[in-house]
Write a protein that binds this ligand. Structure first.
Ligand code: TEU
Ligand code: CA
Length: 556
């Protein structure tokens, strides 16, 4: 396996709405990203993935595209984009855009035309079905965001499929014209010189309409009914042949519903489909059924098993992308670490883990300063459509009390990751001079970039340091992992080796001091590369780790 720029490179995900507002409308914009390129460069990241920036009515904040080749006016203009791309490239930063090929907005011209009549040339761009014999939805598929996946179009008397909200009709990938239209969009952006695509729910493109067995949990529904459809590999191979292979650019498929047993079918190099799959197992480590159904407590043994399992995909000749968080999940220190007294230690420990695993590392904006979940006081403060739909559905089903529902939204909801970036102690955290589209987390006076720039021991400076080590030593990005303390549910520890280098990584997920036994080899030197404490207590055969301590030794 050869390392290349997108395998060892680090991706930083920007949620543009929440990153930096330059024209005082409370919404982040492209100029705002350009203004922060030097900051991004200083993090030692390599690639910037920007969540959708295309024209959109924003029912799902850009994941409902109404024109794939136009910039959302709130974010700026095409020349703002060209400038951003040029300025990024000047700094050797790559730009990856978010392609949303599974569905469009209902406001997209294609859908507007498709709705006009059953024989409109665009009708077949989407998936239409007659009502079933009882006059209801064609089948029992639920949508990702509550309610059925079918909505009746009164005008033509047929239902259209939408796996997400009813404002996001699914494209019909069976139709070669649809595929060609998306390829055209891809070429448009690649010809401008972008460096790749993150492909939204790309695993859902091929549909097979089997009825869902009653009682099936939502995660299982995704895996067994929605993802990995019969023609998915045909489509992705075609996309690669017709588009991607002609450019020096990579594809990162959002791997919802993919598991370690079928992932290689998407990413094994000789299959020429995707360059990497961004899997969901870590993100959903505690989600049994669905985000608002069945969830369990954090379980390190399970997380360790997940990392171990996904190693096998790499062993089979594929490549993966790893993330602890993104714009769809709660904040990583709040979910995997400790957002109270050990916020700094745990944020540093988590990046130590991620920077030493195999697979392209994705960092989400704000995690480099340890941003935490927000506590929204009322449902009126919630913006995310997934959370709102869940709340409204619950008003009918009364499965949970209103308070419980709001608590679940605060614990798991997507707004946690979407609050504005905290730049400094100015009003609105320096994100905007006016009231932002979504509340700023009140902890911004304490947690912000400016404070951390001035503190050499900050989370921010730790990120810089570990990412620079990752750049210096290939062993961080690729090598064989030999786990230590495998059955320890508080400690994640491993040796990582290749023919030339070896590192030794110890990570504590505990709030207590923990003693572990390890026979350090007397013949070797153990040089500390990084430590999130000022000290470590080590003897020749023992190591005592402080709460959330992380240390890496280079073994020579
Ligand atoms: O997410 C797909 C997806 O599976 C998420 O909806 C995820 O399951 C959920 O948020 C976790 O509870 C992608 C985008 O990342 C998301 O923002 C979009 O809303 C969605 O696709 C539809 O385009
Ligand atoms: Ca703006």
């Amino acid at each position: 396996m050869k390392l290349n720029w997108f395998k060892s490179g680090v991706i930083y995900q920007i949620y543009p709405r929440s990153f930096n507002d330059t024209n005082k409308d409370g919404i982040g914009d492209l100029k705002g990203i350009t203004a922060k390129l030097d900051y991004l460069k200083s993090l030692n990241i390599d690639i910037i993935w920007i969540s959708p920036i295309f024209q959109s009515p924003n029912k799902d904040n850009g994941y409902d595209v109404s024109d794939y080749c136009a910039i959302m006016p709130e974010f700026g203009t095409m020349s703002d984009f060209d400038e951003l791309l040029e300025e990024a490239h000047k700094r050797s930063l790559k730009i990856v855009l978010d392609l949303v090929p599974n569905h469009t907005s209902d406001q997209h011209e294609w859908f507007q035309k498709a709705k006009l009549s059953k024989d409109n040339p665009y009708r077949d761009y989407y998936i239409w079905k007659k009502p079933n014999d009882n006059g209801n939805s064609p089948n029992n598929w639920p949508s990702f965001f509550s309610g059925p996946a079918w909505t009746l179009d009164e005008n033509t008397g047929e239902y259209y499929l939408h796996l997400f909200t009813k404002y996001q009709p699914d494209l019909n990938w069976e139709n070669p014209e649809v595929r060609e239209s998306i390829y055209k969009v891809m070429r448009f952006w690649l010809d401008k010189g972008i460096d790749g695509f993150r492909m939204d729910v790309v695993t859902l493109l091929s549909k097979e309409f089997k009825d869902v067995k009653p009682g099936t949990g939502f995660r299982k529904i995704i895996e067994d009914y929605y993802a990995n459809g019969p023609k998915i590999h045909e489509y992705l191979h075609e996309m690669n042949e017709k588009v991607m292979r002609h450019y020096d650019a990579f594809s990162m498929g959002e791997g919802v519903g993919v598991n370690q047993d079928n992932a290689h079918l998407y990413v094994a190099e000789d299959r020429r489909e995707l360059d990497m799959i961004y899997h969901f197992d870590i993100l959903e480590n505690n989600i049994v059924d669905g985000k608002y159904d069945k969830i369990t407590n954090f379980d390190l043994l399970n997380v360790k098993r997940i990392f171990r399992n996904w190693e096998k995909v790499i062993e089979k000749g594929g490549w993966i992308a790893n993330a602890l968080g993104n714009h769809d999940f709660a904040r990583i220190v709040s979910r995997f670490g400790n957002d109270g007294p050990y916020r700094e230690e745990s944020a540093k420990m988590l990046i130590t883990l991620m920077a030493t695993q195999n697979g392209t590392l994705n960092i989400y904006q704000g995690d480099e300063i340890g941003m935490t979940n927000i506590n929204l006081k009322s449902i009126d403060d919630v913006n995310d459509i997934q959370s709102i739909n869940f709340y409204n559905e619950n008003l009918e089903t009364k499965k949970f009390s209103k308070e419980e529902a709001l608590l679940m939204i605060n614990n798991e909801g997507r707004d946690n990751a979407r609050t504005p970036m905290q730049w400094n102690t100015n009003a609105n955290a320096g994100f905007s001079e006016v009231k932002p589209w979504l509340q700023v987390n009140p902890n911004y006076k304490n947690i912000n970039v400016e404070n951390q720039e001035n503190d050499e021991n900050s989370i921010l400076n730790y990120y810089r340091k570990i990412l620079s080590l990752k750049r210096e030593y290939d062993i961080f990005s690729y090598g064989k992992i030999i786990e230590l303390e495998r059955d320890n549910d508080q400690i994640f520890a491993y040796r990582k080796i290749d023919t030339e280098e070896e590192i030794l990584v110890f990570l504590s997920f505990s709030e207590n001091e923990i003693l572990i036994e390890y026979e350090f080899n007397k013949e070797k030197d153990y040089n500390m590369l990084i430590n999130n404490y000022k000290f470590v207590t080590k003897t020749i055969d023992k190591l005592t780790l402080q709460p959330y301590q992380a240390v890496i030794y280079k073994v020579e």
